[in-house]
Design a protein around this ligand. Structure first.
Ligand code: SAM
Length: 221
């Protein structure tokens, strides 16, 4: 398989340099996911420019924040973003996907199967998985507000070290709300990446790291 010229053009337009073998794996993912998108509502990003400018941009910002050997859960994976690109970009981490809508989880299982990726897919609410499984990092995009995440994970901090949440410009209001209602008590929050979103240079994406205050979270402080 060779690189689709429109994908190559979008990568060049957004100044992203990616090893060709990795780009081809990403292309396979997108093509299979877009096929499933004809039956299920998985994404509105159905051009290479939107995939690269929005989805891949977020994944490329997230990937270097993970350490080798991490066990990562993508909570609310939906169309597989960020979890599937992450597993392609970082073969040295273990990625699992949680998706609560059964049809979408089924499609994700078919997608990772077709791509031959070692990525377990759980048709379940991500927070419920924390009863039985441990993950070093939960990653997530477009699933819930900061306070909602804090509430979901609050009983399970013994099963996860930190959250890395991909957020758009509304993160500041979400943080204010979370502080106001006390969701961030006993937690630390730090912005660990900031980057321009798409063509709109005035709009920023961020990645927020949230972890327990005190000795347990000392290595992130
Ligand atoms: C808007 S989509 C986002 C999909 C993808 N992460 C993205 O960024 O494009 C949110 C997905 O999260 C799923 N979801 C919401 N709450 C969840 C939870 N607690 N556990 C697992 N999946 C959840 C929804 O079913 C939906 O498929």
């Amino acid at each position: 398989m060779s690189l689709d010229p429109e994908f190559a053009a979008a990568l060049a337009k957004h100044s992203m340099e990616i090893d060709e073998s990795i780009a081809i794996r990403l292309q396979q993912f997108v093509q299979v996911m877009w096929r499933w998108n004809e039956q299920l509502n998985l994404t509105r990003h159905t051009t290479w420019d939107l995939f690269v400018g929005r989805d891949l941009r977020d994944c490329l910002q997230l990937a270097p924040l993970l350490e080798a050997g991490e066990e990562v859960l993508d909570l609310g994976s939906g169309n597989g973003i960020p979890g599937i690109p992450l597993s392609i970009l970082r073969a040295d981490i273990e990625v699992s996907l949680a998706e609560s809508v059964a049809k979408r989880a089924g499609a994700l299982g078919e997608i990772v199967g077709e791509l031959g990726l070692p990525v377990p897919v759980y048709g379940a609410r991500g927070e419920d998985l924390l009863e039985d499984f441990r993950f070093s990092t939960i990653v997530s995009r477009a699933v819930g507000s900061i306070s909602k995440f804090c509430r979901w994970v609050e009983p399970h901090w013994s099963s996860v070290d930190r959250l890395l949440l991909i957020k758009g410009p509304k993160w500041v209001e979400e943080r204010a709300e979370a502080r106001h209602i006390g969701s961030l008590a006993n937690l630390q929050l730090r912005r660990v990446a900031t980057y321009p979103l798409g063509d709109d240079e005035s709009s920023e994406g961020v990645i927020l790291q949230i972890w327990p205050a005190g000795p347990r979270g000392a290595r992130f402080a």
